[in-house]
Design a protein around this ligand. Sequence first.
Ligand code: G
Ligand code: G
Ligand code: MN
Ligand code: NA
Length: 256
Amino acid sequence: LQLENDLRRAIQNQEFSLYYQPIIALSHSQKLGFEALIRWHHPQKGMIPPDQFIPVAEETGLIIELGWWVIKTALNQIEIWQEQFPGFSEIAINVNVAPQQLMLVSFSEQVQELFSHFKIKSHQIKFEITEGSLLKTGSHHIEALKRLKNLGIQFCIDDFGTGYSSLSRLHEFPIDTLKIDRSFVRQIGSNQGEIELIRTIITLAHGLGMDVVAEGIETKSQLNQLSLLGCEWGQGFLFSKPLNSIDATQYLVALL
Ligand code: G
Ligand code: G
Ligand code: MN
Ligand code: NA
């Protein structure tokens, strides 16, 4: 309850910020994305990591207000970067969307409304959704996702392989990208069975027309293995930790 009240106050006082972790194309290095990751700068307790407050935000429904703030902030950041780096028209930001927000009846309409206030292309935002939240979706939700998809907005399935997945339903959703959870990537090198699992997930994704991001890449050897397996994108401390807006901007400057 203390945390819940704290959260309400924090939303009022704008104590949140977004950090951006680069997502690197493993084959053609000019393409680039970021995952937006929320941070809470608590005035007394310092930085509170999302796994300590996202669950509370979900239980209390505050996640919806927070979720709109996240999407708006990401759209604004893309617009800023685009004006600053006109050569990088392909910068995209992935935003994590909680199931409750995704399943709002008005989700697709509200996303469209938000977009109308920014000068960015719809393919520059991607929504990350967990397997679990997809499984809760009914056919009307899928229709809403498809409407967004038709507008050019893309969807990623996040933390793939860790939740309850229903392989038989995977093809029903308009998913563009599958993110292999870092728990798989961590085992590369120590466990041959893990390589076979990853190979199979990549084959499955490609068979369904999805591209693949491997999360949690920390070593060169993990990177090499994943490239050999045909993984298109990588994310992890090997490339960069999540960066605040200023440092992420510096990261882009250094690439130019
Ligand atoms: O950044 P970090 O690794 O600490 O994130 C921990 C978890 O919190 C991740 O699983 C991530 O999906 C989740 N998370 C981070 N930012 C957001 C956000 O803006 N919205 C939601 N719903 N989840 C987030
Ligand atoms: O669940 P989700 O993928 O949205 O969460 C991303 C989280 O993973 C972020 O909190 C980020 O800090 C963390 N992360 C990103 N790269 C690495 C990495 O290379 N190693 C580890 N251990 N964690 C990472
Ligand atoms: Mn994510
Ligand atoms: Na993930």
